[in-house]
Design a protein around this ligand. Structure first.
Ligand code: GLC
Length: 584
């Protein structure tokens, strides 16, 4: 059955749905960010208007109406600031400038004007933990003596052992290798080390120094004054480090700890970091229009993450535990219940996310042979390849299920086209620093960052006039272009459109959740929210659908007929459904 054609009233001799007694609230209040759908644009892969193979701000302005028409509230714009691009722009050399690769400040202003016209907010991705080693402040620190005010903007320390040959502590970089790099002092001698939790080109700021806080307060105002709707805050858990920088035996790259349980790490989740965001919240509140802060706070457990969204701190925090949950009904139910409880306890909405620019896309993850693909690592040509049909079916079902949940949702560009990763990207194209820093042991994140396919007008599928973008697109994307999906009622694009429209008209984002009692042996997950029953079949056999009117199914083959004569329906495996139960 198509998800868009007119659906007849279905005879439903099936039993009515019965719910558990407990109700799980999303949060109080009706502000836009409590129910928002925020779409992540990764500029370099969105749309190129200059023919250099790299997406740009003008490309975003040109195509923004297509994203707005999906029914999203805001765009989270990954970094477009001046940057040597060692970590795809998360290495910023000037926080108040647009990198020429992406355009000019004038282009940003035009983007804001178009966004205002379309009533979509633009959230700027701010990177406060570290900058680029090409930033003027870091250049000045290198040129200044140990102990100088310029060095105090960063985390410089003397080395240990004879002649300082050993780094100041045992911390590992998130991208592999030591988190310390030794410099040459201005006189040419080997000198101090600086801390970089990420690549050596990304020195960490010293947030114990009030001058760092003042600099960022000014940067926030710069973008708020230009019309930014708020900020996505990069690595918001890491700004403040434990005093004395004690050794830690976990790995900052998460390699031994799937799911990133960073509890107790001296470089993450330090109490003083919350003062930073209290100040930022107060700055946002100086401006009209409910400007927001969204935290990338990768801390565990989720109750700890909720500290980032207490009433005087940020508005939202990405729910990574949800993203990392396996395709398992009990596990999903547990994390959703726990998330709603944890965030509601601090008066914040829970958020939900399935894909972003740092993890394999969910159409790949959910079809991959091993469900335990590690965050930060895509698949490569030497790996067992995912099943694209299974991956897409589950991805569509997972999205429909997610968009039924109360709270805020995040979408990553291209997931509305059903895109998976480029899982056979030849190694010579890899640009993620993880790949080089681990000598190829970890493939990194390039596979989920491939330029979008728009139409059949050019060899790069409308992304660029160049034949290929900065990363090549995989085989088979011709049939997944936005243009190809536009008029197909069963396309993934039209599933997203319809789901977002119904999510809005039924006010699902502001609702409460009641779990369906029956899980049919643990394979069905269902909940009621605002008069809509949301069902997801994670098992291997069809399940009976309770009485109700079908609003939307995750695919044309999601529903089947129950055994002859019963007149009711079944929900097939790897499929989801929105249903309106009969009113009593
Ligand atoms: C965040 C970004 C990631 C980046 C890292 C360092 O995790 O999402 O892409 O590499 O921070 O800035």
């Amino acid at each position: 059955m198509s998800q868009t054609e007119e659906l007849p009233a279905i005879p439903q001799p099936a039993a009515p749905a019965r719910f558990e007694e407990a109700t799980h609230a999303s949060s109080g209040g009706t502000q836009w960010w409590r129910r928002s759908v925020i779409y992540q644009i990764y500029p370099r892969s969105f749309r190129d208007t200059t023919g250099n193979g790299i997406g740009d701000l003008r490309g975003i302005t040109t195509e923004l109406h297509q994203i707005a028409s999906l029914g999203v509230d805001a765009i989270w714009l990954s970094p477009f600031f001046a940057s040597p691009q060692k970590d795809a722009g998360y290495d910023v050399s000037d926080y108040r400038a647009v990198d020429p690769l992406f355009g000019t400040l004038g282009d940003f202003d035009e983007l804001i004007a178009e966004a205002n016209r379309l009533e979509v907010k633009i959230l700027v991705d701010i990177v406060p933990n570290h900058c680029s080693d090409q930033h003027a402040l870091f250049r000045e620190a290198l040129a200044s003596p140990a102990g100088s005010a310029a060095r105090e903007m960063f985390i410089f320390r003397d080395g240990l052992g004879d002649g300082g040959q050993l780094p100041p502590n045992n911390w590992q970089s998130h991208f592999g290798g030591s988190a310390w790099t030794r410099i040459h002092e201005p006189d040419g001698t080997e000198g101090q080390y600086y801390l970089h939790l990420f690549d050596s080109s990304q020195p960490d700021f010293n947030w114990d120094n009030p001058a760092v806080g003042d600099e960022f307060a000014s940067v926030l105002r710069f973008w708020l004054d230009r019309g930014a709707g708020g900020f996505r805050v990069d690595v918001a858990h890491a700004l403040v480090k434990a005093s004395g920088l004690p050794d830690w035996h976990g790995r900052a790259d998460g390699a031994d700890t799937p799911g990133y349980p960073f509890a107790d790490a001296p470089m993450f989740g330090q109490p003083a970091v919350h003062e930073v965001f209290r100040r930022w919240r107060a700055i946002c509140e100086e401006y009209p229009g409910e400007r927001v802060l969204c935290a990338e706070a990768n801390v565990h457990p989720i109750e700890a993450m909720a500290d980032w969204v207490r009433p005087d701190e940020m508005h939202q925090s990405f729910n990574f535990p949800f993203l990392h949950t396996d395709w398992d009904a009990a596990a999903l139910k547990a994390i959703i219940t726990r998330s709603l409880k944890a965030f509601d306890a601090v008066g914040a909405p829970s958020t939900w996310v399935l894909s972003n620019h740092d993890v394999p896309r969910h159409a790949t993850r959910l079809g991959a042979p091993s469900p335990a693909l590690r965050p930060g690592d895509g698949l490569g040509p030497g790996d067992a390849q995912p099943d694209p049909v299974l991956g897409l079916a589950r991805a569509r079902a997972a999205t429909l299920f997610m968009l039924g949940l109360p709270g805020g949702a995040y979408l990553y560009q291209g997931e509305e086209l059903g895109l998976g990763d480029h899982t056979e990207l030849p190694h010579e194209y890899r640009q993620d620093p993880t790949y080089a820093r681990t000598d190829g042991e970890r493939l990194g994140r390039d596979g989920c960052r491939v330029p979008l396919p728009w139409n059949d007008s050019t060899r790069s599928l409308g992304f660029s006039d160049a034949d290929t973008g900065w990363l090549p697109q995989p085989e088979g994307w011709e049939s997944l272009t936005r243009q190809a999906q536009e008029s197909d009622p069963d396309s993934t694009l039209n599933l997203y459109r319809k789901a977002l429209e119904l999510r809005g008209s039924h006010h699902l984002g502001l609702g409460n959740l009641n779990w369906l009692e029956d899980t049919i042996g643990g394979q069905l997950l269902g909940f009621g929210n605002s008069g809509v029953l949301v069902l997801l079949n994670l098992g291997s056999t069809p399940v009976d659908v309770p009485a109700g009117e079908v609003l939307l199914a995750s695919s044309a083959t999601a529903l089947g007929a129950a055994p002859a004569g019963t007149g009711s329906l079944v929900l097939n495996p790897d499929a989801a459904l929105w249903l309106r139960p009969p009113t009593a």
